[in-house]
Write a protein that binds this ligand. Structure first.
Ligand SMILES: Cc1cc2nc3c(=O)[nH]c(=O)nc-3n(C[C@H](O)[C@H](O)[C@H](O)COP(=O)(O)O)c2cc1C
Length: 353
């Protein structure tokens, strides 16, 4: 069983590196967000302030490389390169699911990135199914064993159901999260993995004490699609049919921002593909923006430097959007004028009631 988890990790990396793994349905709906141009910005580029704080640490840009991998030798290299790039860029970094480490403690070093990222904000990661069976003390150990600042619990019912060896029982998840929120307080992030957390669920999580939510909506990497590429026969067919399943990221975010009114940190991930998408997310109410696939592919192509340059490109895009909307601060960007297309408005009104 433990070796199965490790083999699955490398097969995921292969598929995600080379195959078409993004949802091709309605997308993340960031194309429905138009930031309004300010022809007379009355700003110098040097005045623009992009820094923010998260879990007590200062980030140069409101960005996080969201959790991807760990467990195998290949994953160790990916984690070190991505964490090193995040450290250089002054942004946050998350390791992938530490399930592999809980089953094989000898693989813990593949998740340890403090050598490459001594000061960056680092998040640990585990699936809800494992979190539910482990309980808070063991989870705290997992987090502390890698020197992480916090722990992300990921929700991935869609992926599990298409994975032949995946979890089939999702009962008790909300109670487990509420217990973790009581123990971990503001060190806990609850995230999806590309199917989206609806505004109504975001509110329930917030009511249960969760302080940081990564909506991780559809429009980017689809784990249902990845699993359908691994599966055979009926499971592969089912996964293909559901490969665009999920709530578009922009809709999750806009709905949650209005329903939560600042009671939780909102992270927007899922289909963020450049600085303009990131700026649109920040305007819709995101406190932080998460990116996975493009940074991983940049690392695969050009190592740690490639990942760093990818983060620099996203940062440059955020700055440009801020200048061209006359936004000196991230708060100004949130208040910037925008035009929203109807598909996004329709989604938000349908999922927020
Ligand atoms: C190679 C890869 C591995 C991933 N593994 C995990 C994981 O172990 N835990 C997790 O919470 N999310 C995982 N994710 C999901 C991402 O953190 C993110 O939520 C999702 O991919 C959407 O972002 P994207 O469209 O920018 O890729 C993974 C994503 C990728 C690309």
């Amino acid at each position: 069983m433990p070796n199965e988890t490790l083999q699955r990790k490398d097969s995921h990396l292969d598929l995600v590196a080379h195959r078409d793994v993004e949802s091709d349905g309605v997308g993340a709906l960031f194309d429905c967000v138009h930031l309004v141009h300010e022809a007379l910005p009355e700003l110098a580029d040097s005045e623009i302030q992009t820094s923010t704080t998260f879990m007590g640490k200062t980030l140069r840009y409101p960005l996080i490389v969201t959790g991807m991998t760990g467990g195998t030798d290949r994953a160790r290299e990916v984690n070190r390169d991505l964490a090193g790039a995040a450290e250089r860029a002054g942004v946050a970094f998350g390791v992938g699911s530490q399930r592999a480490m809980s089953e094989r403690p000898d693989r813990a070093d593949t998740f340890r990135v403090r050598g490459a990222a001594p000061t960056a904000l680092v998040l640990g990661n585990i699936g809800l199914a494992q979190a539910r069976s482990m309980g808070p003390p063991q989870l705290r150990e997992l987090m502390e064993a890698i020197g992480a600042d916090g722990l992300a619990i990921h929700l991935n019912a869609g992926q599990e159901m298409v994975q032949p060896e995946g979890e089939r029982d999702f009962r008790g998840g909300e109670a487990a999260i509420a217990a973790l929120a009581r123990t971990f307080g503001d060190r806990l992030v609850v995230k999806e993995t590309g199917c989206g957390i609806s505004p109504i669920l975001a509110k329930r999580l917030c009511d249960a004490g969760v302080r940081h939510i990564d909506v991780s909506g559809s429009g980017g990497t689809s784990w249902v699609k990845v699993e359908s590429l691994r599966a055979k026969g009926a499971a592969a067919k089912l996964g293909e049919e559901f490969s665009n399943w999920g709530i578009p990221t922009a809709a999750c975010l806009l709905g949650a921002a209005s329903l939560l009114g600042g009671r939780a940190t909102l992270i927007a991930s899922g289909g963020i593909r450049g600085g303009l998408d990131a700026a649109r997310a920040l305007c819709l109410g995101a406190d932080l923006v998460g990116i996975a696939l493009p940074i991983f592919r940049a690392q695969q192509a050009e190592g740690a430097d490639g990942a760093f340059h990818c983060l620099e490109e996203v940062s440059a895009g955020i700055r440009l959007a801020m200048l061209l909307t006359g936004s000196r601060t991230l708060m100004d960007l949130r208040r910037a004028r925008r035009v929203l297309d109807e598909p996004l408005e329709r989604w938000v009104s349908a999922i927020s009631g």
